[in-house]
Design a binder for this molecule. Structure first.
Ligand code: GDP
Ligand code: MG
Length: 632
């Protein structure tokens, strides 16, 4: 069974609520105050099943809106999810201010289908009805409700005249509404929150995307609260699952009514994010005043509203009837996805001035010309170009698939199938879960080579650049970095030495004075045998400065020409090798050696003998037993 949301629109007292009641049997004015005052204050709901012209059946969910100008914001909360509008005009009053305003809103929200209903036909004679019809036809000309393709039907909710004809037209047009895709990521903008005895917290709304089933874990945005669905009702009846396009009520666990409000959205856990900035395509109504850059406005999206600042991205003044790309800065964050329609109302006095469509809710700083082509690609809406533009915008850092899901609201499976041909075409690369533009990877590869080159030039006494240091210099993610480094290593454009990376054949290069110093140090220790000089004395006598001298020592230690036994006690490797040999031949004389014998045997002082013996213990040449060493 197909579900279609039907919204009313029109001036106060033109008979919207009476018509919904005449069609469905339900009085949409549910509040006590509404019944007492006889006016609609907030949105009301009703439903009706109709046979479809093709023999199936149609489930119509009605959203009845208030016509009073003071309650347009409530009207907007209801207008968000509608597929089909009933534009209601009383035959005895014809077009009035909220007829125009609601009609503008429907056009700005891009409502595509509807029926114009001339109500209270019992109050006027046929001539008057004809005149009103002509006026209305003129008013609607060129719009989605143009009488050339959308019906104008006169009815009386009092006598029932015209209601059958209206039902037939409703069934026909509702059956033309395209079926909604329930495999998209679920979104339920909340329009009502209340408690029900025996159930607890209940929220209602029009499910605008995806599906929600009993026991689903959901997230409330923007608050981030996690809730569980205890029960689902669709069009007033218990259901296992609600699908996109259905009036839905959810009984929620883990949430009190205070935690929820109209304007919040329910979505799957950890999938979508609220934002307080968005790039949009904005149209100003012909009836509005010119819109200045940085104007403050009221922003309405689905059931949410907040104050926003309009930053025009083109000319600094938007003329009535014109469109422009803009950035909206929101006073409070809300969940926005590309394709979401919005309405702008003037800050004061509050009247509808325009609206448009969200292009991107994750604005990033980028050069003006790049931004213009980015927004143009989003506005055109070709899915492959949209994905490529979003990935390209992230440059060499790439974009994780999860973030692409959050940016587009498209499920992973859809992204994967849209992007596969672009990857095959060579324009994008998939590195694990990350998508990167191929040219971004190429740029990163040359940036790696440049960074290594600069490093080698500055650090001629170091073998290579630390991996992490290189990654931080390039400001890129670990995944992209290691993919690029591996690729460059396979291409033999760099070499990986443990935690260091260097260009092939590069590394330590000694200048003349450095090479000379290295020789002096080496000689100082090789000629000293075990009676070594203090390292700092050797370094003090060199031509190179202390920092460079220290680096040369590090090189000698790395190459194991020198061996460090303790702080400031360094030996040449030949001296130590010689010592080992002599110790093992000593073993044929005695299996043990004491400190005194060791001093005598090597000819060195106690100051050196103790650290040396400890070194030999560590090297498992000797083993300490009491005051003596067993030779191993
Ligand atoms: N005579 C007559 N009165 C109607 C008709 N439809 C609505 N009304 C009356 O017009 C008034 C406003 O109707 P209502 O449905 O509340 O208007 P809304 O503000 O557009 O929802 C009420 O007093 C209704 O009884 C109709 O077809 N004929
Ligand atoms: Mg009403």
């Amino acid at each position: 069974m197909k579900s279609v949301i039907v919204g009313t629109a029109g001036h106060i007292d033109h008979g919207k609520s009476a018509l919904v009641k005449a069609l469905t049997g339900t009085d949409p004015d549910r509040l006590e105050e509404e019944k007492r005052r006889g006016i609609t204050i907030d949105i009301g709901f009703a439903h009706l099943d109709l046979p479809a012209p093709d023999g199936g059946s149609l489930q119509l969910g009605f959203v009845d809106v208030p016509g009073h100008e003071r309650f347009v914001r409530n009207m907007l909360a209801g207008a968000g999810g509608i597929d089909l509008v009933l534009l209601i005009i009383a035959a005895d009053e014809s077009i009035k201010p909220q007829t125009r305003e609601h009609f503008d809103i429907c056009r700005l929200l891009s409502v595509r289908r509807g029926i114009t209903v001339l109500t209270k036909s019992d109050l006027v004679d046929n001539d008057t009805l004809d005149v009103v019809r002509l006026e209305v036809e003129e008013f609607l000309r060129g719009s989605f409700l143009d009488s050339a393709h959308a019906p104008i039907i006169s009815v009386s909710s009092k006598t029932g005249a015209g209601l059958e004809e209206l039902k037939q037209a409703l069934a026909r047009i509702a059956s033309e509404v395209p079926a909604k895709d329930s495999t998209t990521i679920a979104r339920l903008p909340i329009d009502r929150v209340f408690t029900m005895k025996g159930f607890g917290t209940v929220v209602t709304g029009t499910l605008i995307a995806g599906s929600i089933r009993k026991d689903d874990e959901l997230e409330v945005l923007p608050s981030g609260r996690k809730v569980r669905v205890r029960g689902v009702q669709v069009h007033g009846k218990v259901a296992e699952k609600a699908f996109a396009g259905q009036r839905t009520a959810l009984n929620l666990a883990h949430a009190a009514t205070e935690d929820l409000a109209r304007g919040m959205t329910l979505a799957p856990l950890n999938t979508l994010h609220a934002s307080n900035r968005a790039y949009v395509s904005l149209s100003l109504l012909a009836s509005a005043k010119p819109c200045k850059d940085r104007s403050r406005v009221h922003l309405h999206v689905h059931t949410a509203e907040t104050i926003a600042e309009v930053i025009l991205l083109g000319e600094k003044l938007l003329a009535p009837g014109h469109s422009s790309f803009a950035q909206l800065k929101l006073a409070d964050p809300m969940l926005l996805l590309p394709g979401d329609r919005f309405i702008l109302r003037q800050f004061s006095p509050v009247i509808t001035i325009g609206g448009g469509v969200v292009l991107d809710a994750f604005p990033l700083r980028m050069p003006k010309s790049d931004l213009a082509s980015f927004l143009a690609a989003l506005d055109k809406g070709n899915p492959q170009e949209v994905l490529a533009a979003r990935i390209s915008r992230r440059g060499k850092s790439g974009l994780p698939v999860d973030q692409l899901v959050a940016e587009t609201g498209w499920p992973k499976a859809r992204i994967a199938s849209e992007i596969a041909p672009v990857i095959r075409g060579g324009r994008l690369l998939a590195i694990g879960d990350l998508l990167v533009e191929t040219s971004g990877v190429e740029k990163l590869k040359s940036a790696v080579i440049d960074a290594l080159n600069r490093f080698h030039q500055k650090n001629s006494l170091t073998a290579g650049m630390g991996k992490e240091e290189l990654r931080e210099t390039l400001r890129t993610s670990p995944a992209v970095f290691s993919a690029v480094v591996d690729q460059l290593s396979r291409e033999k454009k760099l070499e990986i030495l443990g935690e260091q990376i260097r260009l092939p054949g590069r590394g330590v290069v000694l200048r003349d004075d450095e090479a000379e110093s290295k020789k002096i140090i080496e000689h100082a220790f090789s000629s000293a045998g075990l009676k070594v000089p203090a390292l700092k004395d050797v370094l003090a006598g060199l031509r190179v400065d202390r920092a460079r001298a220290q680096k040369i020592v590090t090189l000698l230690l790395r190459d194991k020409v020198l061996v460090k036994i303790s702080d400031d006690l360094v030996f040449h490797r030949d001296a130590l090798d010689d010592l080992r040999r002599r110790i093992s031949s000593y073993k044929s004389k005695s299996p043990k050696i004491g400190i005194a014998e060791f001093k005598e045997f090597t000819g060195i002082t106690r100051k050196y003998a103790i650290p040396l013996l400890e070194y030999l213990d560590r090297e498992r040449v000797t083993k300490r037993v009491g005051d003596e060493r067993v030779i191993l």
